[in-house]
Design a binder for this molecule. Sequence first.
Ligand code: ATP
Ligand code: MG
Length: 552
Amino acid sequence: VCWCAIVGQQSEQKGAQHTSLGSPCVQCDDAGCHIILSGSQRVQIFTVGEMAEVQKAESVVSIAVDFGTAYSGYCFKFRKSKQIRMPKWGLEIGYDTLKTPTCILFDENKQFLNFGYDAIETYNRHKSKEEAKRLYLFDNFKMELYGKLNRALMISAKNGKKMRAIKVFSESLKFMKDHALDKIREHTAGMEYSACEATWVLTVPAIWSPAAKQFMREAAVQAGLIRDFDHERLIVALEPEAASVWCKQLPYDGFLEGDLGESDKIEDEPETQYMVVDCGGGTIDITVHEVMEGGRLKELHKVSGNNMGGQTVDKNFREFLRKTLTEDVFDEFEEKYPTELYRLMCDFSVCKRSGSNGMVQCPICFSTDSRGKTATRLICSESVYAQAAVLKGAVTFSTQPNIIQSRISLYTYGISTSEQFDEIKHKGRSSFENRDGVKFCNCRFYFFVKKDESIRFDEDREFSFSTVERDQTELNFRFYRTESKTVQYVDEEGVEEFGLIRVELPTAKKSREQSVRLKIKFGFTEMMATITDRKGNKTDAKLDFMTESLVL
Ligand SMILES: Nc1ncnc2c1ncn2[C@@H]1O[C@H](COP(=O)(O)OP(=O)(O)OP(=O)(O)O)[C@@H](O)[C@H]1O
Ligand SMILES: [Mg+2]
């Protein structure tokens, strides 16, 4: 007997009919665990024994992964310990950092080679242009998830060749996972822990779209952090929120001026309001929180930010070099010496963080009258302390996901629903007739939440409905968002379709329409939907922000 991890999926496998999660699959020939593809969806089948094993595994450790545009890292904390551990990176090559560059290297057959400093080192060892060109080196790829996104997204390596983005992301996460589990083994005198004994936290920029969060979740499943059916083992945390969770337990001293009251820590002083600005490589993310009684946080202003992270400086520096050296010379340099250019850009980045005047040396002579070196001076500063805030806050968040008590909605969210067609009210709007000849208008906007509304982290917004056809066993709701707070129909200007909710009605009876409640949580870091039938049976409803029908 097999179990299907994706509700309602009809598998391409001969004879396999998948039903809702938790019900045994009927007529399945093959009881082995394997992965099959159905359209663009990945469907995983597990034997009953395996699934039970994964679900009963106790989460003994929390592992938070900060997958940054420029640098990535992780930390872990055992449930029963207060200590948060974070590995040091780059020691073998003279660095000592809390994160490693987000660079991943594949060989010419697209097989994973290295990640981080090791990826750069390996790439740089390939001295000749031809050798380097055969390898696939990716850096700065996190920002590919900003803006339009779909599962088939391809991204370009340094050599100009393309690979599937989901592979690049999932191999990066797999590296982090394996590294973390190895480190945990080292710290526990060789005790073996598997990924399913951990609760994973993956941090994402606050400005990430639901599609980008879903993309990261799917990459995490492919990387083996969690199994499809065990989605609760992965918490998607917002980077500036995680940083805020860390900041709130810092001493008051040094943060506020004037009368500090009796409290030692920010979280001990209700009504304290503060802003966290996370200036990363790709994004700048901002949150504004107020400390509530008990130390939990309330979001005062919706998360905001932009894509003007530190790497826009790197891009501009590159453009500056191109203009200074002339485009022809620069392009020839890039073509002939890709590794040298790469090294130069790395030096530039290191130089920005050095906290003092720095020198970026150009490894070749650009013109006959040049002295052979080109240098640029920079003055910058940074605190090592701040670097760990996102990770340490994220691991804390995993044990207290309710720590952010409420959030402000970025948009007005709703679905399109059908109501009986009224020739005057619905004039000119799209309609359809059911099999009993009843005409419906199908573009009514049903509000779940309005823009700027404060929603508790655990608050459900509900929609009760009856099926249009008697024998309906599944239905799809189109999910919409808009900046408007007074929208009435989904065909109005400014209303954007951005997701699909698939609802399976497992207890469908042919004789009557079904009454069901769709509940969606909007106050957490990801939206979550459940379906409750008349008898109170609950199932997860699949929210899909990357369906192919959507142009995002
Ligand atoms: N002192 C500094 N002054 C200016 N820029 C700096 C300084 N230190 C680091 N940077 C830049 O900050 C970026 C790295 O910051 P960080 O590690 O927070 O980013 P990230 O987490 O990788 O990115 P993101 O969170 O946007 O995905 C790099 O672009 C780096 O060049
Ligand atoms: Mg970051």
